[in-house]
Design a protein around this ligand. Structure first.
Ligand SMILES: [Mn+2]
Length: 381
């Protein structure tokens, strides 16, 4: 347990397990108290065995205690108990904290705005993720199983030094791509399938998050190419609006507008653009948001609204942009040429002083670029 104590200056205290050769033989190495201060830049190290007495001492004459209300069920009891015990010491001239405050908002705001060091880690997480997606494209073939593509994708992450995936990889062939959180990855990929891969590497605590969609046999069918190009157009339009001062929801509104107009042009939706957007007709085919904050977590912390208003982008924020279209065979009223096509295209975007930077550069994105890249991979096979 880490305690940050602010009196005249900030002092850091850490409660941790002491060294124990026998326990370490069974369960693994412990840092121990002696090494903790230097290794972790802590002012004072305590044994967890002294947790109660130690915290009581630290809380003496402190006004406010902050802890994460996301974990209130874990912390409310011990903090209440410590405060209650200090209350019994008033006659000794000791005062107890009189406020319990939520740490979340403060901490989450800090995490939302990335420092230069954090940005360089996120750039690396993004670039490792790019390499994994290229490996997935290089290995896919009709007849392979989704988990075999997953293995090559994640092997590329590991080869580049990423110790783990940032979240469970989605490798979805054909109709599986219409299941948004498909992580079973166990089906055989068929000739004519599109393959949707949503995966990211973790690098030094920071997440990458990319979605690519490409044809298993290297060539888009004409229906696949039409819908893919529409999603890409929506994604590019949505990315282009990102700059300081623009509200978060403008990204989603931009992609909804492009997708809805495209579906009208294709005869898939019928009616006026304004009406179809207002009554959310597009949600039949595009049922999720266009993006989320990205950082230490893939769906990172940070408020999306302040006082019920969508907040504006500021430099240092990182957001994903990931519109999609999903038309399963359940839509029996639709021409079967559109069936079992699931497409999502996702990049990671840093808000900069002047506009934005795409951290996940380096992937083929247009139909022509993807087909060219896959024919190169096929020639190397
Ligand atoms: Mn995402």
């Amino acid at each position: 347990m880490l305690v940050l104590l602010k009196k005249e200056s900030l002092v850091t205290h850490l409660f941790l397990r002491p060294k124990d050769p026998e326990q370490e033989t069974w369960q693994g190495r412990r840092l121990g108290l002696e090494s903790a201060c230097e290794a972790l830049s802590i002012d004072q190290a305590w044994s967890v065995d002294e947790l109660d007495e130690g915290v009581l001492e630290l809380l003496e004459n402190i006004e406010s205690v902050y802890f994460s209300f996301s974990q209130i069920s874990e912390w409310l009891d011990p903090v209440s108990d410590w405060i209650g015990r200090l209350k019994q010491k008033v006659r000794q001239g000791i005062s107890a904290p009189n406020k319990m405050c939520d740490l979340d908002d403060i901490l989450h705001e800090q995490r939302l705005f990335k420092s230069a060091e954090e940005i360089s880690r996120m750039r690396q997480a993004a670039q490792i993720s790019v390499k994994g997606h290229l490996a997935a494209m290089a290995t896919v073939l009709p007849g392979k199983f989704e988990f075999q593509v997953q293995a090559e994708l994640e092997a590329a992450f590991v080869r580049e030094g990423s110790p783990r995936v940032a979240f469970s990889s989605i490798v979805a062939g054909g109709h599986n791509a219409c299941i948004l959180h498909y992580t079973e990855n166990r089906d055989e990929i068929k000739n004519g399938d599109l393959v949707l891969v949503d995966a990211g590497a973790e690098w030094q605590g920071y997440a990458g998050d990319i979605t690519t969609t490409f044809p298993a046999n290297g060539k888009f069918s004409s229906s696949q190419a039409i819908l893919y190009s529409l999603v890409l157009k929506a994604q590019q339009a949505a990315i282009s609006v990102i700059q300081p001062g623009v509200a978060f929801n403008v990204v989603h509104e931009t992609s909804v507008k492009v997708l809805t107009q495209g579906l009208i042009d294709l005869g898939i939706l019928k009616g006026e653009l304004k009406t179809l957007i207002k009554n959310e007709s597009y949600k039949r085919f595009f049922m999720h948001g266009t993006g989320h904050w990205l950082g230490m977590d893939v769906h990172d912390v940070g408020a999306y609204k302040h006082n019920q208003a969508w907040r504006e982008f500021k430099p240092g924020m990182v957001v994903t942009v990931e519109p999609g279209l999903y038309i399963s065979a359940e839509h029996s009223d639709m021409d079967s040429q559109w069936h079992n096509i699931g497409i999502r295209i996702e990049d990671d975007i840093l808000v900069t002083d002047k506009g934005h930077e795409v951290l996940t550069v380096g992937l083929p994105r247009t139909v022509a670029e993807i087909e060219a890249q896959m024919s190169v991979f096929s020639a190397l096979r």
